[in-house]
Write a protein that binds this ligand. Sequence first.
Ligand code: CMC
Length: 439
Amino acid sequence: MNEPLTPEPVSLEPATLLLDGNQYRLPVVEGSEGERGIDIAQLRADTGHITLDPGYGNTGSCTSAITFIDGDEGILRYRGIPIEQFVDSPTFIEVAWLLIFGHLPSETEYHSFSEDLTRFANIDEGMKHQFEGFPRSAPPMAILSAMINALSCYHPELHELEDEHELRHAAARLISKIRTIAAYAFRHSRGLPYIYPDPSLRYVPNLLHMMFSLPYRQYVCPNLVRKAMNLILILHADHEQNCSTSTVRMVGSSGANLFASCAAGVCALWGPLHGGANVAVLNMLEQIHRGNITPEEYVRLAKDKDSKVRLMGFGPRVYKNFDPRAQMLQKVAEELVPQLSGDDPLLEIARRLEEIALSDPYFVERKLYPNVDFYSGILLRGIGIPTNMFTVIFAMGRLPGWIGHWWEQSQMPGGRIARPRQIYTGNGLTDYLPMERRP
Ligand code: CMC
């Protein structure tokens, strides 16, 4: 018999809540790494009260067996495996399988999944015409989201997934086609002809081939670039209940299909406080490089609440210590950028910003550290990826996480539509005023 997809948490001694003179017992649960939560699922029914937690900083929206983060210790694990162990050996496709299906793929599973990815790489010719409907200046994230949603029109048979076999078909299509869509979004923005996927190429070289090959000159992917891109995709592959993943789960909770749910995830990722931060970081570094502002001045502005400036690439909520992904990416950027594109002055500026921030009481007291977006842009730039494609690459990396979470949720016994409540603070009962009587 298969193990349950998401094991139940352990029950501990209940908590006691005193409210309006009444005493309530609230179940307390513990996850497999000791994380504890008060289960308030019955709170409103029993007490008439709800909890208020804007931004959900204290709210566990689900149990999940995919990714573990200990932000105080700077720990990130996929299905129990520390992120640091993914530096050299595995490919992004192995990690994608691990996240979605819960275990590392056997050799047979890996090869047959890779074959599926090759088989499904093309998009329907009809979809290509849809690219033409977008202006040249369209942000690639807008195209990506629209096209992932459009995929659902071409695969109605995958709207409802009955079992892991069907999930595998849907996942392979999405993971393969997102690459083609991403490359075509880039080609469209440059007015270049679309290049078909090459079945002889692996995941990353095929992406770069579709982005950079010309009809008369094939792009050849250096090994160094393949490894760096592979690592970037792996490090972005999941981060438990972040904004885009929570969005995918929320949309999926209504019964929306995988394509529609992931398209919504792309939209959530786009914002500069989430995946769009990699673009914002690069813009910040370039601004400093152009001499518009010094690193010291930038940090001063980031601390000033009136300025609305933030030090981009600093402070994911869940880490109160170094983000291990940032440390890994910095190391790789330091090694590879000089080999890929020579000395990049932005790397020096990033180091300087980090140094200033990490010795400033504002950032120290708030435990704000560089996050995954702080160094990823510099590395992507070294590889030759244009800035407007950075968040698209993030989305490609995050896709297996989204798929894993969408499936995990859809298999959850007793799953309910996600529907938070609110504390209403608007007008009391108010009468409608006809137009002529309005002030
Ligand atoms: N620069 C300056 N101050 C900051 C920053 C920052 N980057 N991040 C947080 N703070 C301050 C914030 O002003 C607040 O100060 P105070 O306590 O005086 O009001 C305090 O730190 C706590 O911040 P918060 O806004 O409550 O933190 P949050 O958990 O709600 O926000 C965040 C998390 C990632 C949106 C935020 O840190 C931020 O805006 N960072 C810059 C954007 C960024 O790099 N985003 C990528 C996130 S990681 C990758 C991903 O998941 O996409």
